[in-house]
Design a binder for this molecule. Structure first.
Ligand SMILES: *[C@@H]1O[C@H](CO)[C@@H](O)[C@H](O)[C@H]1NC(C)=O
Ligand SMILES: *[C@@H]1O[C@H](CO)[C@@H](O)[C@H](O)[C@H]1NC(C)=O
Ligand SMILES: *[C@@H]1O[C@H](CO)[C@@H](O)[C@H](O)[C@H]1NC(C)=O
Ligand SMILES: *[C@@H]1O[C@H](CO)[C@@H](O)[C@H](O)[C@H]1NC(C)=O
Ligand SMILES: *[C@@H]1O[C@H](CO)[C@@H](O)[C@H](O)[C@H]1NC(C)=O
Length: 371
């Protein structure tokens, strides 16, 4: 307690000094943002959503605002697709920022620590779950709106500093790929797998380029997991116990390869562009296949759901169907058929924050924040 108090007093003093430098340099009395302060802006789908879907009409694909969602950390269903915190919550904690509020949270937001635009079920393509999610282009439009608000409140100079110091964090594609293999949409099936991956990554890339044009410089990406081995997709495979839907795994691998190449190109092309890419395909395979190495008891069967691998999305009694719930979500890699438990999310977030070598590079998030 004493330690924490001491540290926060020192933090307050540093903040004051920075504020004074900043106010001294500001001609119009603009409210100033500490120099070098990095905010966190989050984009993507359910692995990153901290509650946006609560504020849109999305009954068809969501309905996770019921027990046992949220049981571990918040003790109430927080709008997150898991028992506790999601990956960006941990990233924010490591960066000493508050937990990212959903952009649509209906209260005053300062935005100087960032905000979260992610929406469960969304993809890079507007076709993916259209009408039930906030698609990536709309997430970008929402960032533009935040930018306008920041300029009004703080002026251009302060806002430009914040925009270029901030981290823009993405996890995009999972729903585009699962929609392709599980739903019979003619628009999506008219492309070959190769073309489809290029279109998904292409749409993600154009959003990244637009943020760069707005002044964004530091980007973080989480790749795609072995999707075919999620409990929800294993449940669809008949045959050998433990087998995965290989078509989905192939799409995930191709996506990670394509995104990695595109990011290397952007780094060459765009001056000052810096990124962190975590290709966690192998990490998730390890978690699923060797759970005990990471302190889990179960890597394949979800904590909450029904049917094979508890792979049917009935957690919480959605659709009025009975479901099973494990005793301790932290024993499971997956909380529900498509989403990690809080403990697995923490392991993944830690890899993004401080990992290096083959999984996270060329920067990790810690070095992007400190830069
Ligand atoms: C929400 O969506 C459902 C299902 O599509 C629809 O029946 C309902 O009218 C919608 N509600 C609102 C307020 O738009
Ligand atoms: C998908 O559509 C094709 C062509 O219309 C049809 O042959 C196939 O049975 C459908 N598959 C499913 C799973 O609905
Ligand atoms: C983005 O996705 C659409 C389909 O929604 C596609 O027609 C378009 O070519 C994609 N854009 C890029 C740059 O890949
Ligand atoms: C899986 O096997 C069961 C029992 O043999 C069958 O009823 C079901 O339709 C099969 N599902 C798929 C997706 O092939
Ligand atoms: C990284 O990948 C290379 C080539 O695939 C491999 O030889 C090396 O052992 C890997 N390093 C780690 C730390 O996994």
């Amino acid at each position: 307690m004493a330690m924490a108090g001491g540290r926060s007093r020192v933090g307050f003093l540093i903040l004051c000094v920075m504020m004074m430098i900043c106010v001294g340099g500001s001609a119009y009395g603009e409210v100033c943002i500490p120099r070098k302060h990095a905010a966190l802006f989050v984009f993507g789908a359910s692995l990153f959503d901290t509650g946006n879907n609560n504020y849109i009409n999305t009954s068809a694909i969501s309905g996770i605002n019921i027990f046992p969602y949220g049981q571990t950390f918040f003790k109430y269903p927080s709008g997150r697709f898991t028992d506790g915190r999601v990956i960006p919550d941990f990233i924010a904690e490591y960066a000493r920022l508050p937990l990212p509020l959903p952009y649509l949270f209906p209260a005053y937001q300062t935005y100087t620590d960032g905000t979260n635009f992610a929406s469960g079920g969304s993809g890079a393509l507007v076709e993916t779950h259209r009408g039930f999610v906030i698609d990536l282009k709309t997430q970008l439009a929402n960032l533009r709106n935040v930018n306008r608000i920041l300029r009004n409140r703080h002026g251009d100079a302060e806002t430009n500093k914040l925009v270029s110091n901030s981290i823009y964090l993405f996890n995009v594609g999972t729903n585009d790929y699962t929609a392709r293999v599980t739903e019979n949409s003619s628009v999506l099936l008219s492309y070959s797998a190769d073309e489809y991956v290029k279109i998904v990554v292409g749409n993600l890339t154009s959003v990244v380029q637009d943020i760069y044009k707005m002044g964004g410089r530091k980007f973080g990406f989480l790749g795609i997991a072995p999707l075919g081995c999620l409990p929800s997709l294993r449940a669809r495979v008949n045959g050998t116990a433990g087998s995965c839907l290989e078509e989905a795994n192939e799409l995930a691998k191709q996506h990670n390869k394509e995104l990695s190449l595109v990011l290397q190109n952007l780094e060459r092309k765009l001056q000052g562009f810096k990124y962190s890419f975590t290709n966690y395909y192998d990490l998730v395979s390890q978690l699923m296949n060797f759970p005990s190495k990471y302190g889990f008891k179960e890597g394949m069967v979800a904590c909450c759901g029904s049917g094979p691998y508890r792979g049917y999305s009935t957690c919480g009694g959605r659709m009025g169907v009975k479901y099973e719930l494990c005793e301790n979500p932290s024993d499971h890699v997956f909380f529900d058929p498509s989403h990690y438990s809080e403990r697995a999310a923490q392991i993944i977030a830690h890899q993004m924050w401080s990992g290096n070598g083959n999984t996270t590079g060329p920067y990790n998030l810690r070095s992007l924040f400190q830069d």
